[in-house]
Write a protein that binds this ligand. Structure first.
Ligand SMILES: Cc1cc2nc3c(=O)[nH]c(=O)nc-3n(C[C@H](O)[C@H](O)[C@H](O)COP(=O)(O)OP(=O)(O)OC[C@H]3O[C@@H](n4cnc5c(N)ncnc54)[C@H](O)[C@@H]3O)c2cc1C
Length: 462
């Protein structure tokens, strides 16, 4: 027998797309129920994504510091990687953040269920909790923030591959993969290959298209490919056809490249062929597709104006900070009954790849601007001219793209150290349509890489 209630908002999924709208509505006096089978906040970002993967990545990066010792005049040896201890540090991060989130939930008026939601009709959702209780909620607003899951290639032996979940889930206990083959040269495959190689693994990334980071600015992709190729094998045009386990227990990945059939032996195969939206049961009865993305407008409204779909589930920009931003815009839209005028500016959402070296970008690329018939001016600042980059003997670049007429920034790409930090002020500049002149008549701290923004802007703004 279901326990029935009328509420203001029902939120399915407590990740970056779900919890910000939940807290915002609850703070404004709305009755809010949120459900998530994970039973805490953070979704897959905390369960297996951003925080946990970056904890392992920071350990791997710290291990590379001794590579610079001779340059800096220091002596010392490279530390051994204790994989169990690295995973334990990751677990600590996840546990402490979950504890923090439990307090936040307790201190709010949100009713939170550890359970899965099912759509009954356009205003009704049923939640079955972990203990088997059934709740039926009639809600004025429904927020579908059910996120995404790894896409699994439909090939023989796919079940032998691991996903990011196996590496980064709380309590992950896989042995250190001495040899890794990542299927897919997107950011997840590249980041994991980069960090494991830095921890001592031999890594290969197989990419089916002609470049890593498909669809990304070719200069950024090519810079990263060349930098990573010094320590990781990255065959492109490599179409994986099967995975099999050999007699000795080793895995073998078969692929086709330039008409030839090839294979690689490995200890561990990572399936990193992208992520696909997760749709809650029953959604298709409301006229939504049975699989794929949920279509939304820039206010995150779906084809039913009282149903919102922020985050990975709409496939527009599958990143945690984007999900949070979308969730907050959805909240504003609900609270203002559509009058706030707030929309998501998808163009100014920065993208970061935490490989070593890092790359990051925001806004349009030259190719996109050309396709839109926008005349542009590009300015590139080389890290080779930069004081801080010279201290570390690091290569890289900051590329700024201005539309020609008013010289406003419409895009930026950064490759090299500190790219992920540096992209934030450039996202702000893209969002505000900042001109090259404004970026020129500013002082960025010396001697930091951010000065490169001044230099690149001055090359066109003065
Ligand atoms: C390895 C990895 C590394 C990443 N690194 C980064 C990074 O460094 N920076 C970054 O910005 N992004 C990163 N991401 C992406 C980021 O994790 C996602 O963009 C983000 O989690 C999206 O948030 P979301 O709320 O839309 O979806 P999710 O985090 O997927 O959350 C959706 C939630 O919905 C729940 N759910 C599903 N079905 C139901 C249902 N029927 N009822 C109730 N609840 C349901 C799920 O349990 C889940 O908790 C990474 C992802 C991975 C896999």
């Amino acid at each position: 027998m279901a326990i029935e209630s009328d509420i203001d908002a029902m939120i399915l999924g407590a990740g970056g797309g779900g919890y910000p709208v939940a807290f915002r509505l609850a703070k404004n006096g709305q009755s809010v129920v949120m459900a998530d089978p994970i039973g805490n906040l953070g979704g897959h970002c905390l369960a297996e994504g951003c925080g946990p993967s970056k904890t392992v990545r920071e350990a791997s990066l710290a291990r590379t510091w001794p590579d610079k010792y001779p340059l800096l005049g220091l002596r010392g040896t490279k530390p051994d990687a204790d994989w169990r201890a690295i995973l334990a540090h990751k677990d600590r991060l996840q546990s402490s953040r979950y504890a923090q989130h439990r307090v936040q939930i307790e201190q709010s008026s949100i009713v939170f269920h550890k359970g899965r939601g099912r759509i009954v009709d356009e205003r009704t959702v049923e939640v079955t909790t972990e203990e088997g209780k059934l709740y039926r909620y009639h809600a004025k607003h429904l927020i579908v923030a059910t996120g995404s899951r790894p896409h699994i290639l439909p090939i023989p032996g796919a079940e032998l591959a691991l996903t990011s979940h196996d590496f980064f889930r709380l309590g992950a206990d896989l042995p250190f993969p001495r040899r890794l083959v990542a299927i897919g040269g997107g950011y997840i495959g590249l980041e994991i290959a980069s960090m494991l190689q830095n921890l001592g693994a031999e890594a290969t990334v197989l990419e089916v298209t002609d470049q890593i980071l498909p669809g990304v600015d070719a200069e950024i992709a090519s810079f990263l490919h060349n930098a990573l190729a010094r320590r990781i094998r990255i065959p492109v045009h490599a179409k994986v056809t099967a995975i099999e386990r050999g007699m000795t227990g080793d895995l073998r990945v078969h692929y086709e490249q330039a008409g030839e059939t090839k294979s690689i032996e490995t200890d561990c195969v990572l399936m990193a062929t992208g992520r696909e939206p997760v749709l809650p049961e029953g959604l298709s009865t409301l006229g939504f597709p049975t699989e794929g993305k949920i279509g939304v407008d820039d206010r995150l409204r779906t084809q039913h104006p009282h149903i919102y779909a922020p985050g990975d589930v709409n496939g527009r920009s599958m990143l945690f900070h984007s999900a949070v931003y979308q969730s907050l815009v959805a909240a504003e839209d609900i609270l203002s009954e559509g009058r706030s005028g707030k929309t998501v500016d998808f163009e100014s959402i920065p993208f970061t790849v935490f490989t070593e070296p890092e790359v990051a970008w925001v806004g349009q690329t030259e190719a996109e601007a050309t396709a839109r018939n926008v005349a542009t001016v590009t300015s590139t600042y080389s890290y080779r001219k930069d004081t801080r980059a010279q201290i570390f003997d690091e290569d890289g670049f900051i590329k700024l793209l201005f539309e020609k007429e008013a010289c406003r920034l419409i895009g930026a790409q950064i490759a090299g150290i500190e790219a992920a930090q540096l992209i934030a002020p450039l996202a702000l500049a893209v969002r505000g349509g900042t001109t090259a002149a404004t970026l020129s008549y500013m002082a960025f701290p010396h001697p930091m890489i951010s000065e490169g923004i001044n230099h690149a802007a001055r090359a066109v703004g003065l």
